[in-house]
Structures are given as structure tokens and as C-alpha cells.
Design a protein around this ligand. Structure first.
Ligand code: ADP
Ligand code: MG
Length: 614
């Protein structure tokens, strides 16, 4: 075997380059991070041929003095940390001191830089790790780095690069990621002679999203902000009813660093469970701020992966916060928390629920179609109770409080037949099975009856669940007995208090034998035993880590989408009743599986198609 020897720096740098800069976008990432760390107010990124032949990142940051400029090209030369313990509280993007030496060892690399105090700039040209020249140059304050012929000195690596289009796409995506996280910095991205985006310093994230992703994405996002136990989550979340075919618009940051975080994407998808259809993804730009000692970013040279010290706690915080925010965005209100105020109706003199401006405002801002606005005209008629058909859909009866809440929001949304011109939604026809068509002041609305029915039923179930909390369920006509294994008995006994709080009455009447006397009102009594068996099976599989409430919710969704009450077709009156009930739902936009319930096609769309005014 050959003798052991220390590798020359140049070779060591080229090896490190394999990890740090696997593709042109990774070079761009390192350079943008350096510019941000240098306090830049303006960053310009330019590239050609997917960055393979040329790329440049230029900033107006603090720059480097001539000796610092030479030093920064040495391996492990960094101004950002001094000792290992600094790793626990890193405030900058960089700290490994590896990027510049690695990049310059595998390309033709030009660094130009000047500090505020120096009169002239300094230029260093390096080719494949060898210094070609160092000289003075004209240069405004800041740093400009050009990288040409990437991987020229390691042809093996060049082969791994993908097509120009793919590499360009990576650079563009990455530049957008950083631009989003720093709306206060002016960003420009140029490909060859084409400016892909130029975004001046923006006031906030939403403006930045509009600048670089366009109006349509920015309009379907709503700002959120939540803090708990030293963790802080803010950013933008997709409004319910909007979803994307890919995960491309699920963007995550930890302490302003873009990350691919399984924990964060899991939490987002979990929270959007019933708000986005299966196989579609909610758009989101989320920033998690967390004590830097609670997160380890030093597990991957490119720092794109990270590990939370307390994974469970972080995940729970995220799910809870996202869920709470998405409910707020969709205008969901906990019926137990909501207080309904009453006021005297001037016409009838009766006390009627007061319409909350807040509620209407919220509804307005989360309407699923771009042009969906509540007309300013005061509704002339309240929903008249005579014109409501019989309760022939057999939906469970609601409590009075909910009923009045419905009236409160319905006062503004009247659904009626085609000739009822006061109605906001006028039913014109129903066809193709479950589809119904309405005319609205803004356009045409296509409505899915079955989806609406499922959503209404789910919320009725949820209401009965929260109302039944701590109260009794429905008593079974014949109590049923169930025999369990030793382990299952243990879990059941542990969960008994919670199960009884959702309406189960279960008694032990022998070793491993139980009798079920009552089950929750929302559960079909014939399914009480199989519900318990499934519950215990999952509890056993997960070693007892099961939350009764979460499981109950899952069961409700199943229950709501069962064939119960499926009808061949709905009558017009039934459709109107469905629409009315839907409009008073907390989330009227998506069915329990997250699929849309209705679409509104604005008049403007038709005008575009006809190419003339209607
Ligand atoms: P790190 O960022 O991990 O410190 P780099 O190799 O990326 O390592 O950079 C080395 C050093 O060069 C940095 O610590 C910084 O002091 C300096 N530097 C790099 N880029 C810039 C820049 N755009 N403006 C000012 N200083 C820079
Ligand atoms: Mg760096």
C-alpha cells in the first residue's frame, strides 16, 4: 500500500468542493449568503448556460480589505466564528470558511472587492485553485464574484451536471428563496441578457411574493403570526380552497435560512388534512424562529438539512400553530367561544342576531375566487323561513346557538331560485348528477351538492362532538360486550375517561371483558364496537401514543363521507337548503377530504373568452 501523506490544500479544496458545490445553484447560494452576511442592501445575480459557463453575484456590502480578500480564499478562513462554542449561536449564514476556497479550486474565479475606507478595489484571479494575479482595480464599495467554467479542473464532475434548463431552474428557485426571506434587500436576477426579476426593497413578504411569484399566488396567501414557548412562526399560508399540484410552493425557513425540513412539511400537510385534497399541496412560505441552540444546522455541508433538538415539541408547535392559523384564515370560529350579540330589528321589532362586521370581513377576505366580493348593497330581504323547504335532508338538528349564528352570516348571503332577484346566489339549474349552477352578482357559480352535504354533515358532527363534551352519548338499545387482550385492556382503561368524555359509556364486567352501554351521538350505533376495536388496534400499534380526540375526528370524517343520506338527485329546494347551510359552515370551501365544494367563474373570465363586454 502507498504511504500515508497529507493532501495538498488544492486537492483538499477540490474534494470539499464536491460536497459544498455540487451544482451551479449551490455556488449561487454560497455567494448570496456571503453577500447577506456582509450586510448588502442590493444583490445582483447573473448567470449564463445554467451557470455552467458563467455566473456572477455582486453586492454593496462591507467588502474586504486587500489582505482579507487574500485570506478569505484560504481553507477554514472565516470572520464569522472563532471557537467551536460559537456554533451554538450562529447568526450568520456562513461559518465553515469553506465556500470560497472550494469554488475557486474548481473554476476560473474572479474576486473584486472594496471596503468603504479603501480608495481602490482589489482584484484576485484564480484558476483551478492557482492564483493567476492580484491587482488593484476600480470598484464601488462591495464585492463582486464571478465564476466561469465551473468544474473546468474536475471534468468528472461536469458530467454530473444536468441540462442547462434544469440548472437554470435551480438557480432561479434558489434566488427566489433568498429574495423572499429578505424583502428589505433589492434583488435582481439576470439570465444572459434577460432580467428574470428585479425586486426593489419591499415593505413586507406579501409584496415580495407578488413581485417575484406574481399576483395570483400572492392573493391566495394570508399572513400568519404565532408565538409559543420561545418559538415563533410567521409567514404566509394558503387560504383554504387553494392548492397546488406540487410541493414547489411549500417553502420553509428556519431562522431565515431556507431549509428542506421534513418536520415542517409534515406539519403543514397534517394541518391541511381537510383543507387540501389528497395529492395536492397547500402553498405556504413559513419562517420558524427558534433559539439557535435548539437546532443543528451543521449536519450537512450545504446546510440545507437540519435537525431540531426537540423534534416532537417543534412538530407539535408547528401543527398546532398552522392549524390555528388556517382556521382563523377560513373564518372558523369555535362555536363555544363565539358570543352572539342580538339587536332589535327595526321592521319587526324582534330581537335578531347582530351581524358582526368582523365575521363579514373575514368571509370577504377568504372567498375562494379572485373576484368574489360581497356586494355593498344592503340585502333587502332576510332569509325568510317560509321559503325554506322541509328538513327533508335529515341533517341532524343544530343547537339554537348555531342556528342563530347561521342566521347571522346568512343575512348577507341569500340563496334563492332563478327569479328571486334579491338572492345573492340564484339557482339556475342542476345537472350531471351532483352539479348545480348558480348565478351570482360576480358571475356563475358551480356547486357540488354531495361535497356540500359532506361538509355540512362533518361540521354538524364536530358541533355535536364539542357540545357533547362531558355529556352523555346515545344509549345503545342493546348493550354490546367486547373481549380484549391484556394489552388492549390496559389501553382501554387508560383512555376510559377521555372516551367517556366523547360519549362512550363502557363498563368492565370481568377480566378483559367490557360492556358498551352508549356511544357518541355522531357515531352509528351499529359501528360502535368496530370503532373501539380499530381505536385499540391503532393504540396497540403506536404503543399507546394515540389521542382520542384526533382519532375521533378521523372517524367523523369517515362518518360524514359515508353513503348515509346519499340521494339519487337533489330537488331544487334541497339544493337551496344545502347552499344556505353550507354558507353558514365554518369552512364552506372544501369537503372533508379537502376537495373544493364550489367554484365561481367571474364575468371577467367570460368577457375574456368572448373578447367583448357582456
Ligand atoms: P464563511 O461564509 O463560512 O465564513 P466563505 O468561504 O464563504 O466562508 O467566506 C470566507 C470569508 O470571506 C467570510 O467569512 C467573509 O469574511 C468574507 N467574505 C466572503 N464573501 C464576502 C462578501 N460578499 N462581502 C464581504 N466579505 C465576504
Ligand atoms: Mg460563506
Amino acid at each position: 500500500m502507498a504511504k500515508i501523506r497529507i493532501l495538498p490544500d488544492r486537492v483538499a479544496n477540490q474534494i470539499a468542493a464536491g460536497e459544498v458545490v455540487e451544482r451551479p445553484a449551490a455556488v449561487v447560494k454560497e455567494l448570496i449568503e456571503n453577500s447577506i452576511d456582509a450586510g448588502a442592501q442590493k444583490i445582483e445575480i447573473e448567470f449564463r448556460n445554467g451557470g455552467k459557463s458563467y455566473l456572477r453575484v455582486e453586492d454593496d456590502g462591507i467588502g474586504m480589505s486587500p489582505d482579507q480578500a487574500l485570506l478569505c480564499l484560504e481553507r477554514h478562513a472565516t470572520s464569522k466564528i472563532r471557537k467551536a462554542s460559537d456554533l451554538n449561536e450562529i447568526q450568520t449564514f456562513g461559518f465553515r470558511g469553506e465556500a470560497l476556497p472550494s469554488i475557486s479550486s474548481v473554476s476560473r474565479f474572479t474576486l473584486r472587492t472594496r471596503t468603504e475606507l479603501s480608495t481602490a478595489g482589489n482584484e484576485i484571479l484564480i484558476n483551478g485553485g492557482k492564483i493567476i494575479h492580484v491587482k488593484e482595480c476600480g470598484m464601488p464599495k462591495g464585492t463582486r464574484i464571478e465564476v466561469a467554467h465551473l468544474f473546468n479542473s474536475v471534468p468528472g464532475r461536469r458530467k454530473f451536471l444536468k441540462t442547462e434548463n434544469t440548472e437554470s431552474a435551480h438557480i432561479i428557485h434558489l434566488s427566489k428563496l433568498y429574495a423572499l426571506a429578505h424583502p428589505g434587500i433589492t434583488f435582481s436576477l439576470i439570465e444572459g441578457t434577460r432580467t428574470l426579476f428585479r425586486s426593489p426593497a419591499c415593505e413586507n413578504l406579501q409584496d415580495r411574493v407578488r413581485e417575484i411569484f406574481g399576483k395570483s399566488l400572492s392573493e391566495c396567501l394570508a399572513p400568519i403570526q404565532i408565538e409559543k414557548d420561545g418559538m415563533f412562526l410567521d409567514g404566509l399560508l394558503g387560504k383554504p380552497g387553494y392548492s397546488r399540484p406540487t410541493r414547489k410552493e411549500m417553502l420553509f425557513y428556519v431562522n431565515r435560512r431556507p431549509v428542506e425540513s421534513k418536520t415542517m412539511s409534515y406539519a403543514l400537510l397534517e394541518a391541511y388534512h381537510t383543507y387540501a385534497p389528497r395529492g395536492r399541496f397547500p402553498p405556504a412560505v413559513l419562517f420558524l424562529k427558534i433559539d439557535s441552540s435548539l437546532v443543528d444546522i451543521n449536519i450537512h455541508p450545504a446546510k440545507s438539512e437540519l435537525r431540531f433538538r426537540d423534534e416532537m415539541k417543534t412538530r407539535n408547535f408547528l401543527i398546532e400553530s398552522i392549524l390555528k392559523s388556517v382556521k382563523e384564515i377560513s373564518g372558523e370560529i369555535n362555536p363555544q367561544e363565539e358570543k352572539i350579540e342580538f339587536e332589535k330589528d327595526s321592521d319587526s321589532g324582534e330581537m335578531v342576531p347582530k351581524i358582526s362586521d368582523q365575521l363579514l370581513e373575514r368571509f370577504k377576505s377568504t372567498a375562494p375566487s379572485e373576484s368574489f366580493e360581497i356586494s355593498d348593497a344592503k340585502p333587502e330581504l332576510n332569509l325568510s323561513t317560509e321559503r325554506m323547504p322541509e328538513d327533508n335532508l335529515k341533517l341532524p338538528k343544530s343547537r339554537d346557538l348555531l342556528e342563530s349564528k347561521k342566521m347571522a352570516s346568512l343575512n348577507h348571503y341569500v340563496v334563492g331560485l332563478r327569479d328571486e332577484f334579491h338572492a345573492t346566489w340564484r339557482l339556475v339549474d342542476h345537472s350531471h348528477g351532483d352539479m348545480a349552477l348558480f348565478i351570482t352578482p360576480q358571475g356563475v357559480l358551480v356547486f357540488h351538492c354531495r361535497a356540500a352535504y359532506e361538509r355540512i354533515r362533518l361540521e354538524e358532527l364536530e358541533d355535536s362532538f364539542s357540545i357533547n363534551h362531558k355529556t352523555s352519548g346515545q344509549v345503545l338499545l342493546l348493550s354490546e360486550s367486547i373481549e380484549l387482550s391484556g394489552a388492549e385492556t390496559g389501553f382501554l382503561q387508560e383512555c376510559l375517561p377521555e372516551l367517556s368524555s366523547i360519549g362512550f359509556e363502557i363498563e368492565e364486567f370481568g377480566r378483559n371483558f367490557f360492556r358498551v352501554e352508549a356511544c357518541p351521538a355522531w357515531l352509528n350505533p351499529a359501528e360502535a364496537i368496530s370503532y373501539l376495536r380499530d381505536f385499540l388496534e391503532i393504540a396497540t400499534e403506536s404503543g399507546g401514543m394515540i389521542q382520542v380526540e384526533k382519532y375521533a375526528k378521523e372517524a367523523m370524517i369517515k362518518q360524514a363521507t359515508k353513503n348515509l343520506g346519499t340521494k339519487e338527485s337533489y330537488s331544487e329546494n334541497e339544493i337551496i337548503q344545502l347552499a344556505n347551510q353550507l354558507l353558514s359552515c365554518r369552512n364552506p370551501y372544501t369537503c372533508p377530504q379537502g376537495r373544493p365544494i364550489y367554484y365561481e367563474l367571474p364575468v371577467r373570465d367570460f368577457e375574456n373568452r368572448f373578447r367583448r363586454k357582456l
